[in-house]
Design a protein around this ligand. Structure first.
Ligand code: MG
Length: 159
């Protein structure tokens, strides 16, 4: 059995707005997230974890921010591409674990919807996908609510 492990990390800054996208779920919020795409920081971290497990670089290599066709893009395009790369090489997703780091919005009430959204995009069972959150105890840029950070881990398995 060939088992691969990848990690991903991403940050997006808050900007003016009334909603944001996190792990495929649109949340009403007093601010938005700044980014070339829809700025779904959790999905970007997960996408990079899958690329990392495959040693295929990062999201910017496959979807360059300099390319205007990805402006405002829905991030499920990126995640679907990453999992397609895995399947094309004979790998299945073992599990994925995403941690969102922010003071607000509160993630807990939305975590199940986020798990379902990610599982749906990747075509895997819900019990393989974890979404959780932590604050940084009011410290640093996440603590000052200047932006949201996310880390993700993914395992890929080839029988
Ligand atoms: Mg990003």
């Amino acid at each position: 059995m060939d088992v691969r492990l990848g990690n991903g990390f991403d940050v997006h800054a808050f900007c003016e707005g009334d909603h944001l996208w996190l792990c495929g779920v649109k949340l009403p919020h007093g601010r938005g997230l700044l980014g070339h795409s829809d700025a779904d920081v959790g999905m970007h971290a997960l996408t990079d974890a899958i690329y990392g497990a495959l040693a295929l670089g990062d999201i910017g290599r496959h979807f360059p921010p300099s390319d205007p066709q990805w402006k405002g893009a829905a991030s499920h395009i990126f995640l679907a591409h990453a999992i397609e790369q895995a399947r094309a090489r004979g790998f299945a997703l073992g599990n994925a674990d995403v941690t969102l780091i922010c003071e607000r919005p509160k993630i807990g009430p939305h975590a199940e919807a986020m798990r379902a959204a990610l599982a749906g995009i990747m075509g895997v069972d819900l019990d393989r996908i974890s979404v959780k959150a932590t604050t940084s105890e009011s410290l640093g840029f996440t603590g000052r609510e200047e932006g949201i950070a996310a880390i993700a881990t993914a395992t890929l398995v080839k029988p």
